[in-house]
Design a binder for this molecule. Structure first.
Ligand SMILES: [Zn+2]
Length: 260
């Protein structure tokens, strides 16, 4: 996966070949040249899952040195820009490896609305999922998580739970489940899942007992999981009912024609 600095560097190294070596008795540095094009895995927001990508070297950098022992990699110049194209849907992703304030960082920039938005997702929910994705692209993962929390609040608002903050809205949803007035989708999604997203979103914004290190738990793989949960949530709420009704209509109309 090339969605993090380590993965990207590993991919660059494994898709490179030795051009020449500096020796003088001891081989300390090995000059590497990277293949112009290679393939690797990356999450595709349009496909909603990890997809094989054609990755092209975009920036005209000279290469990098691997310093032995311990394989310390020193790039000669920044930024390093690659363009990844999803082999399934052709979504393009621009990947910029650059020097951040403390260490190497990776920006992942896409040409689609980010996040797991579906065709019939309401605009307000789309807005917050896009914000979540933009924050994620710049590795601002706590900011991203806070936006997922807002997206969830808008989903519940859209579904008729308009009063109070997110916690109150989830309580109302539970109440309506227990008296059989909840929307159909609520029976297919465990409420604990929504509560967990709320709590992690709160944790991303709160002081958590004065311990900022707790934010480290909100990492790339967690955000990817949250995105997958949203993809499922949006499908169950906004796409499944439409798909089902279209299928029923089509089958009924063919059945009616055949029985004439
Ligand atoms: Zn795709």
């Amino acid at each position: 996966m090339i969605d993090n600095v380590e993965g990207m560097v590993e991919s660059i190294v494994s898709n490179s070949h030795m051009q020449s070596s500096v020796n003088d008795g001891v081989t300390e540095k090995t000059h590497q040249i990277m293949a112009h094009q290679y393939e690797d895995e990356l999450f595709c927001p349009l496909c909603g899952a990890s997809r094989r990508q054609k990755v092209e070297k975009f920036s005209n950098y000279q290469g990098f040195d691997i310093i032995e022992p311990g394989h310390k990699i020193e790039f000669k110049q920044f930024p390093i820009v690659h363009i990844a194209t999803c082999l399934q849907c052709s979504t393009k992703t621009t990947m910029v490896l650059y020097e951040g304030p403390e260490k190497l960082e990776l920006a992942i920039l896409r040409n689609t609305y980010g996040g797991s938005v579906t065709e019939n997702t309401p605009q307000e929910v789309k807005y917050y999922l896009d914000q979540a994705c933009r924050a994620r692209m710049m590795s601002a993962l706590s900011a991203s998580m806070a936006m997922y929390r807002s997206a969830l609040e808008w989903i519940l608002y859209d579904q008729g739970y308009v009063d109070g903050m997110l916690g109150a809205k989830i309580n109302k949803l539970e109440e309506s489940l227990s008296n059989n007035t909840a929307p159909k989708w609520a029976n297919d999604m465990p409420v604990e899942l929504l509560t967990a997203i709320k709590n992690i979103g709160n944790g991303a914004m709160h002081t958590n007992g004065g311990d900022i290190s707790k934010q480290q738990q909100i990492d790339g793989s967690l955000i990817e999981l949250v995105d997958i949960v949203f993809a499922e949530l949006l499908d169950v709420i906004y796409e499944q009912p439409i798909r089902r009704s279209k299928n029923v209509q089509r089958l009924k109309s063919v059945a009616a024609n055949l029985s004439k």
